[in-house]
Design a protein around this ligand. Structure first.
Ligand code: SF4
Length: 335
């Protein structure tokens, strides 16, 4: 798929063509310009050559997981990323998008980090992943909708901030996908420059911080970027973000057996997280390598401990386990 020449081509057309083209692309979700029968034949043919709509993708289904689907999307230079569709209740869906091919941050528990970094994605490539799922659901649009988008796939969105935010604006644009900004969430490993930039955007996108450890020594082992962005620095920036936006911030904490899940960890975490508008999200680990998942009983106990110390805490339901879908745990398998 490549829409880079679309605006240029439409410059020579009457103004109403924009509306027709946007309707065909973003509402009718065509995947071949010939389906846009309202457009003149010559224009359709030109668009098919210069703005192809085909998405090169490979769907990876896991029979054991009926709620999620994963796809590899291949771009024109053959670079590939993963994206995931997760079915919620009431035939509503969440889409997980990648912002980079691979990731330069190399978190120890993460399959993407282990596979290295290839390049940043353009905003169009980020949106292409959304197009793929929207088209997949299009035949049943009245009852099946993409309700939420999470930037929690491959990569660190704030290391590709400009393209990430451009993609958010395309998804939010009332003339395109018209997705409410509150329905979008971005997860960062704690890149403070990005948190500051986001606080100045007019968009009310949700912010999540990948924390995963309550002390710097452990966090630096799990997430080497923690050396550059220690916990105190990240939390200070988050507090400034909250003061400016009044928005709640989620702290993601992947539960790894005998690594970050004992009572001392819970106490240390509670000391950091006992603040208004902080919410801890405990995530069952999707085993990908040298760490093991905490047991469900251990996660429950950990949650109870945090709650007893005054922390707001939730548990993420473990969807997408079979296909490796969870924050920071995509890819690596197919590269
Ligand atoms: S967890 Fe996120 S930031 Fe860390 S290596 Fe994986 S994709 Fe990158």
């Amino acid at each position: 798929m490549n829409l880079s020449k679309l605006s240029e081509i439409l410059q020579a057309e009457p103004k109403f063509r924009f509306k027709q083209v946007y309707q065909a692309l973003y509402l009718d979700l065509i995947d071949d310009w010939q389906q846009a029968s309202v457009l003149p034949l010559a224009l359709r043919e030109r668009l098919n050559i210069e703005c192809p709509l085909t998405i090169q993708a490979e769907l990876q289904k896991d029979a054991s997981d009926k709620r999620s689907e994963k796809a590899m999307i291949y771009f024109t230079d053959k670079v590939a990323v993963e994206t995931v569709l997760i079915r919620q209740r009431d035939r509503r869906y969440t889409v997980c998008l990648s912002s980079q091919a691979g990731c330069p941050l190399g978190c120890a528990f993460c399959a993407t980090g282990a596979s290295g970094f290839t390049r940043n994605l353009s905003a169009e490539e980020i949106v292409e992943q959304f197009f793929f799922w929207a088209r997949r659901l299009r035949h049943n649009q009245d009852v099946e909708k993409i309700d939420n988008v999470v930037f929690m796939g491959m990569g660190e969105p704030f290391l590709n901030y400009d393209e990430f935010i451009k993609a958010v604006k395309i998804l939010h644009d009332p003339e395109r996908f018209n997705l409410g900004s509150r329905r979008m969430s971005v997860s960062t490993a704690g890149i403070t420059e990005g948190i500051k930039k986001l606080s100045s955007e007019k968009l009310q996108i949700n912010l999540a911080i990948s924390l995963h450890a309550p002390v710097d020594s452990l966090r630096e082992q799990l997430m080497p970027i923690g050396k550059k962005y220690p916990i105190a620095k990240v939390l200070k920036t988050v507090d400034e973000y909250i003061a400016k936006t009044g928005r709640r911030v989620m702290f993601e904490y992947i539960m790894m057996k005998n690594t970050n899940d004992d009572d001392d960890d819970a106490r240390a975490l509670a000391n950091l997280m006992r603040k208004p508008l902080y919410l801890v999200n405990l995530i069952p680990y999707n085993t990908t390598g040298r760490f093991q998942a905490s047991s469900p009983a251990r996660i429950n106990t950990f949650q109870e401990k945090l709650e007893s110390m005054g922390v707001a805490v939730t548990q993420r339901r473990s969807q997408g386990q079979g296909i490796g879908a969870a924050c920071g745990q995509l890819a690596g398998k197919k590269k």
